[in-house]
Design a binder for this molecule. Sequence first.
Ligand SMILES: [Zn+2]
Ligand SMILES: [Zn+2]
Length: 338
Amino acid sequence: MKTIRLEKPEHFTTLETAFPSEPSAGEALVSVQKVGICGTDLHAFRGRQPFFSYPRILGHELGVEVMAIGSNVTQVKVGDHCAVEPYLNCGTCIACRNGKSNCCESLQVLGVHVDGGMREQIIVPAHKLHRSDSLALEQLALVETLGIGCHAVDRAQLSAQENILVIGAGPIGLSVIQFAQVKGVNITLLEPNAQRAQFCQKHFNISNTINKLDNIETDLRNALGGDLPTVVFDATGNVHSMHNAFSLVANGGRLTLVGIVLDDITFKDPEFHRREMTLLSSRNSLPENFKRIIHLMETGEVDTNPWITHRATYDQLINQFPSWLTPEAGVVKAMLEF
Ligand SMILES: [Zn+2]
Ligand SMILES: [Zn+2]
């Protein structure tokens, strides 16, 4: 079957691999129709993805059709269209026992730690499939990306009318904005890249944008009637931004780090204590996020139209992929179509 594999940094190949065998009990065989490309894939391509080994078949944002099911599978039937929750968890560690499968102690993410979906067919645990009768396969391939923001917003426990700051309007920041809007909060965006800020204004109705980095605290207080935001989401994956974000949180507020960096992040404890700040990280998402996102897409509360900016077929992907790496390309979400 058709397969795209990342052999080493900067080097994809297309190759023929064997079709999977029959699904075992609790598993489903699915045909991969759409594969979203994200920052994780771009970092893997550049050789900058931590804890990553080559060769690897990428692809963790999948829109699939069920081809066959093993015994004891009740969640899906042949022909169903599904999003795939790519977080393969052990089911027995403390996190799994507490319902936090997103941060399982031995988590394996499809397309990152184990081979993923850039191939015609894969076998997955059936309970990792989330079906929809009405969404397009392309929309289903967006659910995983949206889950990052959905879970981060849940972590921060937003209440309506609260002032929040989102730092960074890449895909992760956009997914935070998308679900923060569902909560009815007042969003300010900090984004120095004019193209990205304009995209947010046009497609997400964000009018409150700060684009200069030299006087952020004053700019925020001016915009928010003298206050700082009670919740700050950092979606930059930039250590300087994450470090600085501590100083942008209101007293009694929460800071949620959505993006991740390899560096240490330090903060001044008296400032942290003076604010009685709550610091949160957010990793991946939960099965209930997948179900909720699919529902919000089906009802139209979450509009996926702005998301997909670039597309490539199986034959085009290897040539087109490098052109998606630069900020000038304006890629929000690129989609591989099988
Ligand atoms: Zn992703
Ligand atoms: Zn576990």
